[in-house]
Design a protein around this ligand. Sequence first.
Ligand code: SIN
Length: 505
Amino acid sequence: MRYLINFDAKLMDNYETDVLIVGSGISGLFAALNIDEKLKVTIISKEDSKTNNSYMAQGGIAVTFEAEDIESHIEDTMKAGGYYNDLPAVRILVEEGRKNIEKLMAYGVEFDQEEGHIAFTKEGGHSIRRIVHKKDYTGKEIIEKLIEVVRKRENIVCYENSFLIDVLTESEGVKGAIALIDNQKKLIQTNHVVLATGGIGKLFMNTTNSSISTGDGIAVAYRAGAIIEDMEFIQFHPTPFQSQGEAFLISEAVRGEGGILRNKNGEAFMGKYHPMKDLAPRDIVSRSILKEQKVQNSPEIYLDVTHFEEGYFDKRFPSIFNYCISKGIDPRKEWIPVNPSEHYLMGGIKTDFNGKTNIEGMYSCGESARTGVQGANRLASNSLLEGIVFGNRVARTINSSGSIVNKSIDINFSELIPISDEYSKDILELKKIMDESANILRSENKLLEALDKIKKLKAVYENKCCNEKEFMEFKNMLIVSELIISMALDRKDSLGSHFMEDSNE
Ligand code: SIN
């Protein structure tokens, strides 16, 4: 179905803006700040403006400050991505990193310093230390500072607890959008919509993602006819702390600073699986953990930092330290229990190098976009970098096309039947299907079975509508799940994070 709800645009309350940005993670905020101040920009966030994956980012931002490191950052990105990345996009990412980091700093973002210079850390897949960070709460530092600047800008309006229902299109492109703002359905008249809606972690039971991560932007774009690509490439972070349904990230920077993965007998096992050991690219570490769990016939895997110099861990990683203590583990004396969980989507809404989709007036940046930089497996700490580099490019593109707000939108849609059924058990069912099929190890049989179940679930709800945000999210989740499973089935051979047990790596 083309839209999520029945509506008649002519009868709706309307709201005008030159640019609508959906999502207040790093790419959405950075795009907003770089749009010409003569244009009215409206940012909507599904929950509060800090509930997003960027805010939760711990490790940092990979950035090349020295010209001689450019080629090695490109090579590390391509290698981690299985050389499936679009090389020109990767070159843009790396070459435009520094100037955008400097812009972030000009907005007030602070990174850790060492002897008067920025301190760099290391994570998996990086050949050198090139990650700028603020202890283990880099995302919080960035988002809080950017929000402060956004709030001072007179041309930017922010609405929290607001939900994009659909982008309205006609043959010439974007005509506007419909959103729930303060629980009221509003028609938004605009001809620039930036989808910066983040990840899809909530399609799985265990994820490091924030609660908003149901892939809404991808589903909205898909319904509007945007090209969606590479959805089979989903990264599972190797070392979240698992506790009562939560997957709290234990940053890869912990291994970058010397943390060691151990099996239940205390053996440092990563050397058996990859020459880079604990700092191999993430897809490889996650699969190695699964192999080790199978070999030892137990899920017990630990991250050991007990050998760190006294006083270092709690100072360098205070959020992780406090979380572990709250769960009864003192990392200075005990190993931290870890297990891989969904972390990042490499695919998404296909864009060109300026964040433009195939639909005139629709853009995407950040995790919801498929810019080509992340390939089949993202290099650690390249995601915030992608957010600023391509967020800035989206802004530049919008600045060069200016404002032409659509004055009248004459679209109505009435094909859906209001529903009163209980659907929440099917959300759980969908997550179970995704866990069983689209996880770290995949097989054609499991994927085929999953596709069949998802199609059946989709058919139940296809022509139904309901005013509850959760129902709309669920319909979005069904679309995104089907895209993931069908693209995974189309890719017969293993590549990067897409690992088919029944094919060779
Ligand atoms: C981490 O700190 O391990 C996550 C950083 C990232 O996702 O690149």
